[in-house]
Design a protein around this ligand. Sequence first.
Ligand code: ZN
Length: 215
Amino acid sequence: MRHARPLPNYLVQRYHGWKATTWTENRAWYRRLAEEGQRPRAMVISCCDSRVHVTSIFGADQGEFFIHRNIANLVPPYAPDGEQHGTSATIEYAVSTLKVAHLIVVGHSSCGGVQGCHDMCSGAAPELEEKSSFVGRWMDLLRPGYDRVKDLPEAEQLRALEREAVVISLENLMTFPFVRAAVEAEEMTLHGLWNDIAGGGLDCYDPATGSFVPI
Ligand SMILES: [Zn+2]
């Protein structure tokens, strides 16, 4: 592979800064992490969006969260068809091998993926309907959510759809037999969150009311 290049200088400098401070001050902790292996208590599924920062929000150190990120924090339904499923693979590993105690789906405000889904489903983004659009085909997972929010006032639809991305993911998680088994055995709990980037708010899905409540 002849196309890879040396790391940009600003990242090299940041790395050396981290090595000289954080790593140096905690070298015993890093050695222990390496020797004992990871035992994260929680898996987090969040959006790829660079503004979503679950390790900051929860003050989590290395070794605490098993994190999977994809566009719009979506979980596809269980589909054991022999194809390559990145998100499903991470879930399988977290639940069956790491045996995490909590699986947390984190949505967020002004999600570009959710906006794209809204545009596609409302006819404003025909390019996303193309078979060749990876984003469009990924956002097909959220189409059932659009049907649930499309009759709301225009101004409320996007936020509602961001929350549907969390709820649909929780629903799809329960189609995985090993997830359902762990939940029903009370070995693992599912959680849905929505993060307001500007206000720093964190709302938690309440299954009793079907709404998101500030925590
Ligand atoms: Zn997003």
